[in-house]
Design a protein around this ligand. Structure first.
Ligand SMILES: [Zn+2]
Length: 260
């Protein structure tokens, strides 16, 4: 039983074969998926997917690389869409100094707004962090104040300091296909220091497919490979890691009662 906590199912890469992709996911043991949005249009699309498929849930939000394109009224639309049925997270948000598409102060503004909105709705926010670990940690600390946050460090590939800060602030840590790449020895070592109840798995489909599908279009069925890798590193069985990460996701997203 696996839960893919981050898949861009609304992207063009899946427009021709969504049904087949979701059928393969189920056949591979992926019982639940979170379709993650990047813009207002994408937020409407993830909500539509969640309405169409019982095992798909939705996030709404504006990705840091798309914040530059946000039009007047887009933020208000996100706030409204956040109360749609099956919306269980806000994002993806965060900071990106690698692509640098959006002026950094605009990225910071949208990051703070989405953390605040998630808090108001009592759902987790999803953090994208690329070449901006100290900045992300600074915003998280600022927004947490003396308290804790409900959020996810998505496709985590950061270092020790960022991991420790995120855990201290209450965040969950989600691993994607990069965990399986041969060179990422240190990342695999870091997983051993994370409390089991904070671990999540994801694909970040259609990007960065795990081994042995590296280079192909990624899809939710492949989250199994990341789960297998995590199981091996942590000395657990695939079943155990599936049970743990799925229970964590259900608890975090408030789905324990909904899904039974
Ligand atoms: Zn993503």
């Amino acid at each position: 039983m696996l839960f893919d906590t981050h898949a861009h199912l609304d992207e063009d890469a899946f427009s021709q074969d969504t049904d087949e992709v979701l059928a393969r996911a189920v056949a591979s043991g992926v019982t639940t998926m979170l379709a993650v949005a990047t813009t207002v249009e994408s937020s409407r699309a993830t909500i539509a997917l969640a309405a169409r498929f019982p095992n798909v849930f939705a996030s709404v939000g504006i990705h840091p690389n798309y914040a530059v394109q946000a039009k007047p009224g887009d933020w208000e639309a996100i706030e409204e869409l956040a109360s749609s049925p099956k919306v269980i997270a806000i994002g993806e948000t965060g900071l990106d100094r690698y692509w640098d598409h959006t002026p950094f102060d605009v990225q910071l503004d949208y990051f703070r707004r989405q953390i605040e909105l998630a808090g108001r709705r009592d759902v987790p926010f999803i953090v994208h962090c690329r070449e901006s670990e100290p900045d992300v940690v600074a915003v998280l600390r600022e927004m947490a104040g003396a308290g804790q946050l409900k959020g996810i460090m998505h496709s985590f590939c950061g270092g020790r300091a960022t991991l420790d800060a995120a855990l201290e602030l209450g965040l969950h840590i989600s691993f994607a296909g990069m965990l399986t790449f041969k060179k990422n020895v240190e990342l695999r070592e870091l997983t051993k220091t994370i409390p089991l109840n904070r671990l999540l798995i994801e694909t970040d489909s259609p990007y960065l497919a795990p081994q042995p599908n590296r280079g192909k279009r990624n899809e939710p069925a492949f989250v199994r490979h990341t789960a297998e890798c995590l199981a091996e590193v942590l000395g657990q069985t695939l079943d155990e890691i599936g049970t743990i990460t799925t229970a964590n996701a259900r608890r975090l997203f408030g789905l324990s009662d909904v899904l039974g």
